[in-house]
Design a protein around this ligand. Sequence first.
Ligand code: ZN
Ligand code: ZN
Length: 116
Amino acid sequence: MPYERPEKRDCPDCGVAPGRLHRPSCDVERCGHCGGQALSCDCEPSERRAYQEPWSGVWPGFEEAIEFGLFAKRSPDGLGWVCCDEDDPEAYPDLNRLAGSGEFAWDRERRRFVRN
Ligand SMILES: [Zn+2]
Ligand SMILES: [Zn+2]
């Protein structure tokens, strides 16, 4: 059974509705310039503003991870995550692999990760 796409909802941190810009200092906001977390990335504020993206209603990266078939679940020892199949009942979109593996790169014009 394919992974069920998450429902659109208000931002879990700042509470804005889908399609609206996040409130300042939102934890969830993704930087449209580098694809990192807007709160902690190294971009200049002007770069971040130029590529600011509204809240999509789905956690940043979920849609790409689902599209690329990247899934992980909590490892049995509870210390980390292990790759798994999308039909595993505990599967969760694998954002670490999306952003941290070097297999995918942020495409700032399309505001999404693409395969390298
Ligand atoms: Zn937010
Ligand atoms: Zn950035």
